[in-house]
Structures are given as structure tokens and as C-alpha cells.
Write a protein that binds this ligand. Structure first.
Ligand code: SF4
Ligand code: SF4
Length: 267
């Protein structure tokens, strides 16, 4: 009699939430039918938004949404890293600190005191930081929210045993490929597309509005040239700073561009 065939176990995947709005987890859930197909090929052991709850079993791939903004976040990310073969940071919060990272350049304690009647109940760290500031990150997917199809492509690549593709092209390349009219050239609207990483399919320009940089800095982002273009369109230095200091304010390239504008040292 033949010995029973041993089936290899399915790859274990977890999706973890840190300080975030859950939008990137929703992007994953919104994959709908594709997610159901994927669910048949993997063992989804932890994904609080979808149901499974087991943050302690070791996994092959862990997706991490959100920034490290509390003491609990600090402790949990170490635990997750120790229990994951591959760790992928998803979304602006996890890759650059996100919108909550704006407080890194302000007095966060003062802000909390102005907003909350019991500020002592807020136990946040002084700074919001990306996952890579604390543990090794194997791959980063930028965006606010991250693109569900991009997440799916990464999982599929890992299941096939190949390295996921990192698309660090600029939004302008997607815009041109789709044939959308350029809002900056045709209507004089300041657009972050020339320095922003592709991945959204040029969603905002497709609707006739400017890109606001939610996918973070592209490769070889020429922020000096864009700052000069913003000035020629009539933006004050303060207004230009706000363009760079938004969802990905703590991404080093955008922070450096804003600092240069503040000190007037742009070329
Ligand atoms: S990156 Fe944007 S959508 Fe994703 S969790 Fe952070 S704030 Fe929400
Ligand atoms: S609309 Fe923005 S993203 Fe599109 S080509 Fe023009 S500058 Fe680039």
C-alpha cells in the first residue's frame, strides 16, 4: 500500500494593524473575489478586520499597516518581526509615519492639551515613526490607502517564489500612459505627480485634479525643479511647504524639500 501523500502546508499570512485608520486593510478586503481566490491558497491566521485572530503563530508573510505611535506599538512590532519570515509595511502610515507624523515637527503635547479635555488619558509617544525605524522591513508598499491590486501582486509573487516588483516610477508616467491631460501644464494647477511614486493609476489627475503625493517620493524625485515650478505658478513658499508636508511629511525626500523651502535654500 502506498504511504499517504503529505500535503505541504499553505503559506501562513497575517495582517496587523498599528496606529492607522484601517483604510489599507479595507483596500485588501475590497479585493472581493480575488481575495476569496487568494484565501484558498493561503492560511490567513490573523486579520482582525476580517475575523481571524491569532497574532502569536509564526507566519510566512506579515503585512503591517500603521505607524509606531504608542508604547504598545513599540512592543508589538518586535513580537511580530520575531514571528514573521517576511514583513511588508503597507501604506503611508507604515512606510513614512503617515498623517500622524505631522506632529513630529510640532509640540504634540500642546496639541493634545488643546484638543482633549483629559490629555492625561492620551498615552502616545512623542513621535510617530515608520515600521522601518524599529525593525527590518523586507518590502514597502506606499500609498494612502495602499493599492489592493498591488498587495495582491506582492502575495502572488511571494507564492511563486519571486521577488515582488518595486514600482518607484513617477505618477506622471501613469498619467501619460493613460492619456490624461496634465493639470499642471493645461490648467496651471500645482501637482505633486512629478515627484510622487506611481501605483494609484494617476487617480486624481484622471478626475481633473492634482496629485497630492499620497504614494510618497518616487525614485530620483527632483524636488528642486518642482519647487521652482510651484513658485512660477504663484505658490508662496509656505503653500509649497504644505504640498510636501502632507500625508508623507516624514519621508526624508519630502521633509528635506520642505526644509529647503523654509530656509529659502532651494535652487
Ligand atoms: S496609509 Fe492612509 S489609508 Fe492606510 S491606514 Fe494610514 S491613513 Fe489609513
Ligand atoms: S497631471 Fe500631475 S501627474 Fe499628471 S502628468 Fe501632469 S504633473 Fe504629472
Amino acid at each position: 500500500m502506498n504511504a499517504p501523500t503529505e500535503h505541504p502546508r499553505k503559506p501562513r499570512v497575517a495582517v496587523h494593524k498599528f496606529s492607522s485608520c484601517d483604510g489599507c486593510q479595507l483596500a485588501f478586503l475590497n479585493l472581493g473575489e480575488d481575495l476569496l481566490t487568494l484565501a484558498g491558497r493561503i492560511d490567513l491566521v490573523h486579520f482582525a478586520e476580517a475575523g481571524p485572530l491569532d497574532p502569536d503563530t509564526g507566519v510566512d508573510v506579515a503585512f503591517v499597516e500603521g505607524s509606531v505611535s504608542t508604547q504598545e506599538d513599540l512592543e508589538r512590532i518586535e513580537h511580530i518581526r520575531a514571528h514573521s519570515s517576511v514583513l511588508i509595511a503597507i501604506g503611508a502610515c507604515a512606510t513614512s509615519g503617515g498623517i500622524q507624523g505631522l506632529r513630529n515637527q510640532a509640540n504634540g503635547t500642546e496639541w493634545v492639551a488643546q484638543i482633549y479635555s483629559h490629555p492625561e488619558a492620551i498615552a502616545s509617544l512623542a513621535r510617530s515613526t515608520p515600521i522601518s525605524s524599529h525593525v527590518k522591513v523586507d518590502f514597502e508598499l506606499w500609498g494612502c490607502p495602499v493599492s489592493g491590486p498591488q498587495m495582491l501582486a506582492v502575495v502572488n509573487a511571494l507564492l511563486l517564489g519571486v521577488a515582488p516588483r518595486d514600482n518607484a516610477d513617477k505618477v506622471c508616467t501613469e498619467c501619460k500612459r493613460q492619456g490624461y491631460p496634465c493639470v499642471m501644464v493645461s490648467r496651471g494647477i500645482a501637482c505633486m505627480g512629478p515627484v510622487t511614486r506611481a501605483g494609484c493609476g494617476a487617480l486624481c489627475p484622471s478626475l481633473g485634479r492634482d496629485c497630492y503625493g499620497c504614494y510618497g517620493p518616487a525614485e530620483n524625485a527632483n524636488t528642486d525643479a518642482l519647487a521652482a515650478q510651484f513658485a512660477s505658478l504663484g505658490l508662496t513658499p509656505e503653500a509649497a511647504v504644505r504640498r510636501f508636508q502632507s500625508i508623507n511629511s516624514q519621508a526624508p525626500v519630502f521633509r528635506a524639500a520642505a526644509d529647503k523651502l523654509r530656509t529659502g535654500s532651494h535652487d
